[in-house]
Design a protein around this ligand. Structure first.
Ligand SMILES: Nc1ncnc2c1ncn2[C@@H]1O[C@H](COP(=O)(O)OP(=O)(O)O)[C@@H](O)[C@H]1O
Ligand SMILES: [Mg+2]
Length: 239
């Protein structure tokens, strides 16, 4: 199997300037992820799931450790890569789906969705056609395709977001509760698309509020709840 991600002893803390203290979000994380594997990230609220995904996407710099990403151009440590290399990889090989759309003023839904394809070299007309296919698949009404998503409802924005994030098969896909605020048919379309991408070899790390939705995709699970907290939880149950 092709190795995609090799994470070694990763940790991340936040400095609470107003309190003058440091707080660990996660520590000592090591795992490997191969092409076509789906890793479920678990853990209670505040366990560090979103922080770990953001660190892998390099929205945050880790405190220490390595994030060895096996890109099509060779191995790169995302913990130390230059910003310019990170933004190149985000356009071509690493995707991130969150609950929130980053809509841009005066950019239509279909143009926003077509953009990743256009940047990868697909001709404008073909990219637009593909974008409309995915807007339709996720249930965005035809009347909205040429409109500006800044005015859309939360659910509609989320669908545009999914179409844009999933239009192009990536080597690595990070998913932070992508089903929140989706209706049942959009959720089904999302899971179908994830299964298709997985079969094409995309490696995925995801946080899901209802992991049952993606049960058939999961290869492995990592629980970020610290040992001491699980212990407390067990004691809570006994009491
Ligand atoms: N930018 C930040 N600055 C300070 N603390 C943060 C920041 N982002 C997250 N945290 C803290 O890190 C911990 C983990 O948060 P998060 O990764 O969002 O948890 P999860 O997604 O598992 O619910 C929480 O205690 C949260 O308050
Ligand atoms: Mg979170």
């Amino acid at each position: 199997m092709t190795l995609v991600l090799d994470i070694r002893d990763l940790d991340k803390g936040f400095t609470m300037h107003h309190l003058g203290t440091k707080m660990a979000a996660f520590a000592g994380i090591s795992f490997q992820l191969h092409a076509g594997e789906f890793l479920l990230l678990k853990g209670r609220n505040g366990a560090g799931k979103s922080t770990l995904l953001r660190t892998l996407y390099r929205s945050y710099l880790p405190g220490s450790g390595e994030i060895l990403f096996h890109s099509s151009h060779g191995v790169i440590d995302l913990a130390r890569a230059a910003d310019v290399d990170v933004s190149f990889l985000r356009k071509t090989e690493v995707g991130f789906v969150t609950q929130f759309l980053t809509a841009r003023p005066r950019v239509s839904a279909e143009a926003l969705v077509a953009e990743p394809l256009r940047l990868s070299g697909v001709a404008a007309g073909e990219a637009l056609e593909e974008a409309r296919h995915w807007l339709d698949a996720f249930g965005v009404k035809r009347a909205l395709w040429a409109a500006y998503p800044t005015t859309f409802s939360g659910g509609e924005q989320q669908k545009v977001n999914l179409a844009r994030a999933l239009i192009l098969p990536q080597r690595l896909l990070l998913l932070d509760e992508p089903t929140a605020s989706l209706d049942a048919s959009a959720r089904a379309a999302l899971i179908d698309r994830l299964a298709e991408l997985k079969a094409k070899g995309t490696a995925m790390i995801g946080v899901f509020h209802h992991p049952g939705d993606v049960a058939q995709l999961i290869n492995r699970e990592i629980d970020l709840t610290p040992e001491t907290q699980s212990q407390e939880e067990r004691e809570d149950v006994v009491v």
